[in-house]
Design a protein around this ligand. Structure first.
Ligand code: PXG
Length: 291
């Protein structure tokens, strides 16, 4: 088995890649992470992911013991060691090893982990015919509780929403914020299209500022469509012409029913969504920093 999992300066095989049970990432979810894709040996939106990682760390008073360029080199080395040309990277920085008790001052050195992997979240059929999703009761945490823009190791909120979806036979769910506005899905941003204008919820309504979201916003404008970040209600989604979700794991996924309502004309994948998926697939293989 190849030794391609990075932990604090060394590479390990899958079986030997282990961290301490006293790591506060494990004990308290105290840490931050990124999920990054690479296509044709090019790391997609590398700088954007690294900036978000360092911003998330800053927001939780976590100092990453490497500068961005050093960290990028380590990530590239991890990709080379994996032998993959296409894949996924989980980059995790936790508070590090401490003792029992919340006190983060006991954690002297953050733990850095990079895991390269292959990722195929949904079958091709879902991309071709679209997915059905529902709204679930669990809400996004308000900005004042845990700002959803921090990509932290605390995903319980989203996991509960995911379980609520699974319990009733769906794979993905819409999460609302405390005021009932549409925020995002459990690990994806949401978009809708009405009269050829593309809309997505404003991040202050509880959405992560997704890297794929930003990329798709750029792509939309490149294709000559108007793009707007707005307050979104479920009514806007139900009455939309097209709906899709975006994320590092699912990329661009069409949505054809929401809460039992068919989207647009008879719940078929929309034309603008198809165009964006095509553009996405073409561009990810050529843009991005070579490893
Ligand atoms: N919202 C949330 C809550 C997320 O966790 C996104 C939106 C999409 O953001 P990006 O930057 O990826 O376009 C995410 C991303 C996983 C996994 O293993 C989760 C994410 C990314 C990669 C892997 O479940 N979340």
């Amino acid at each position: 088995m190849s030794e391609s999992i990075y932990i604090d300066g060394k590479f390990y095989s899958e079986d030997n890649a282990k961290i301490s049970v006293f790591d506060h990432g494990y004990l308290y979810g105290d840490g931050v992470f990124e999920g990054i894709r690479f296509y044709s040996s090019r790391i997609f939106r590398f700088d954007e992911h690294m900036t978000r990682l360092y911003d998330s760390a800053k927001a939780i008073w976590l100092t990453i013991p490497m500068d961005i360029n050093e960290f990028k080199e380590v990530i590239k080395e991890t990709v080379r060691k994996s032998g993959f040309t296409d894949g996924y990277l989980r980059v995790v920085v936790s508070r590090g090893r401490g003792d029992l008790g919340l006190d983060p001052r006991k954690c002297k050195v953050p733990t850095i982990v990079i895991i390269p992997a292959k990722l195929k979240l949904y079958p091709q059929e879902a991309y071709d015919n679209g997915m059905s999703i529902i709204t679930v009761p669990t809400r996004r945490s308000p900005n004042e509780v845990l700002n959803p823009r921090i990509k932290s190791l605390n995903y319980l909120n989203n996991i509960l929403a995911k379980i609520e979806a699974f319990n009733v036979g769906y794979d993905e769910a819409i999460m609302l914020n405390q005021d009932g506005f549409v925020a995002e899905c459990t690990a994806d941003n949401i978009f809708f299209i009405k009269n050829k204008v593309v809309y997505t919820p404003i991040t202050s309504h509880g959405a992560l500022k997704g890297i794929t979201r930003d990329f798709v916003c750029e792509l939309t404008e490149k294709y000559g469509y108007k793009m707007e970040e707005v307050a979104v209600t479920r009514y806007d989604i139900y009455t939309a012409d097209e709906v899709f979700i975006t994320g590092t794991a699912c990329e661009v996924m069409p949505i054809v029913t929401v809460d039992g309502r068919s989207i647009g004309c008879c719940g078929k994948v929309g034309e603008i969504t198809k165009l964006l998926i095509k553009g996405f697939v073409e561009l990810v293989n050529t843009e991005g920093e070579l490893v």
